[in-house]
Write a protein that binds this ligand. Structure first.
Ligand code: KG4
Ligand code: ZN
Length: 331
């Protein structure tokens, strides 16, 4: 089976073709970062308009890259939520319409299920069951995964998502959009022990997260200590360490609670080097294993949507003719 995947939920147009025998046959990605940079964040209307410009040319490029025609495609998968309504509608409308025109089934994919299954695009595939830590710009979730579609939410953020906390803190520190990866690079230059920020909600039982207070810790420290280059790097380091420690503490708790020893980490923040190092150490200590997607499949992409869509199509799921998008959609 061969599936065309379309991702347009936020500021990346991602198109891919995945074949269950051959793997990824095409992977096209257009990032709107430059478009939104002047505004310091994603402008939804500009995002929708740019997806309209890019989606069909990228689908044509993906078909050319895979060396196949529409006749070789067995189904069309598109992100139907959660995300920005206008942006989602572009991918959903184009995906649903193409499937209709090509007389192929369509399937609506949950963006976070895409992230969750992205590590399965790698050679070393995690076996079910496992615990997944999903850390993106919109979500922070700990999930027990027993199979495709068999998800139990163990914990989630009660306020900002981990990526959102990175982005907002970066903005506070005067870093350009997109702030998360820039803050992570700055943190590498910081001294480890100059500042210590709280590890929110780790002093009580439970698997939920709260990251919004770390912005305040950052703002207060900037006000007290100044904003020279070394101080900024030290603050970035303290912030990143607080997020990473908090995520690691909750992962450990989730593994102990479920009795599982496989951890999957996905979503944009899973590209963070410090987080990866700490989780490697944690899993070595627990004699378990940790799985990630490669960097290009950590952030938004079409490959994860094609893969998740193929699993859903194989399970017999298809989307009716109506175009549906769900900006809010629980996993
Ligand atoms: O999964 P993703 O591409 O989009 C959403 O579904 O939200 O995640 C984007 C988020 C952004 O908040 C971005 O700042 C964060 O992932 N991010 C990082 C890193 N790379 C991306 N955060 C920390 N360290 C990184 N290296
Ligand atoms: Zn995402």
């Amino acid at each position: 089976m061969r599936v065309l995947g379309i991702e347009t939920s936020c500021d990346e147009t991602g198109i891919a073709i995945y074949d269950d025998q051959l793997g990824i046959m095409a992977h096209q990605l257009y990032s709107q970062v430059a478009l939104h940079a002047d505004y310091g964040g994603v402008v939804p209307e500009l995002a929708s308009r740019d997806h309209i410009r890019k989606t069909i040319p990228l689908i044509e490029a993906a078909l050319a890259e895979a060396g196949c025609s529409r006749d070789d495609i067995d189904g069309v998968a598109y992100t139907a939520g959660p995300g920005l309504m206008g942006a989602l509608l572009v991918g959903a409308t184009i995906g649903r319409s193409l499937a209709f025109a090509w007389n192929k089934p369509a399937v609506a994919v949950h963006h976070m299920e895409g992230h969750l299954l992205a590590p399965m695009l790698e050679e070393r595939v995690p076996a079910f069951p496992f615990v997944a830590l999903l850390v993106s710009g919109g979500h922070t979730l700990l999930v027990r995964v027993d199979g495709i579609g068999r998800y139990q939410i163990l914990g989630e953020s009660v306020d900002d998502a981990a990526g959102e906390a990175f982005d907002k803190t970066a903005k506070l520190m005067g870093l350009d959009y997109p702030g998360g990866p820039r803050l992570a690079r700055l943190a590498e230059l910081g001294q480890p022990d100059r500042f210590k920020f709280p590890r929110p909600m780790t002093d009580r039982p439970g698997l939920d997260f709260s990251f919004s207070g770390l912005k305040t810790a950052t703002a207060t420290t900037i006000a007290a200590e100044g904003n020279d280059d070394q101080t900024r790097a030290d603050i970035a380091h303290a912030f990143q360490q607080a997020v990473v420690d908090t995520l690691a503490i909750k992962c450990k708790r989730a593994l102990q609670q479920t009795g599982l020893n496989r951890l999957v980490v996905a979503g944009g923040v899973s590209a963070n080097v410090s987080l990866r190092q700490q989780l490697e150490t944690l899993m070595t200590g627990l004699k378990g294993e940790v799985f990630y997607p490669r960097n290009e499949y950590c952030t938004d992409n079409g490959a994860m949507i094609a893969f998740a869509g193929l699993q859903r199509l194989k399970a017999g799921e298809t989307e009716p003719l109506a175009v549906r998008a769900r900006p809010r959609w629980p996993l």
